[in-house]
Ligand binder design. Structure first.
Ligand code: SF4
Ligand code: SF4
Length: 69
């Protein structure tokens, strides 16, 4: 399971850029913060490398290791 806290996300989209499996796409909807956050579009492709979690400057992403998508 991938959690994106859109209250923290500043829309830098590093997660979209760096995910090796292209799990994220840029959302078409503005968040409450007025930015376009990532949308978890292809969770089934996630290999749980945690790169997105590590890259996110605002600690907005949590990737659970459990296999419950
Ligand atoms: S890296 Fe973090 S702050 Fe940047 S778009 Fe992704 S979730 Fe938002
Ligand atoms: S854990 Fe790795 S594969 Fe999964 S969404 Fe994050 S960067 Fe992509």
């Amino acid at each position: 399971m991938i959690h994106v806290n859109t209250n923290y996300c500043k829309g830098c989209l590093l997660c979209v850029e760096y995910c090796p499996k292209k799990v994220y796409v840029k959302s078409e909807k503005l968040s409450k913060k007025g930015v376009f956050p990532p949308e978890v579009k292809f969770p089934e492709n996630c290999i749980r490398c945690h790169l997105c979690e590590l890259m996110c400057p605002d600690f907005a992403i949590i990737v659970e290791d459990k296999n419950d998508k």
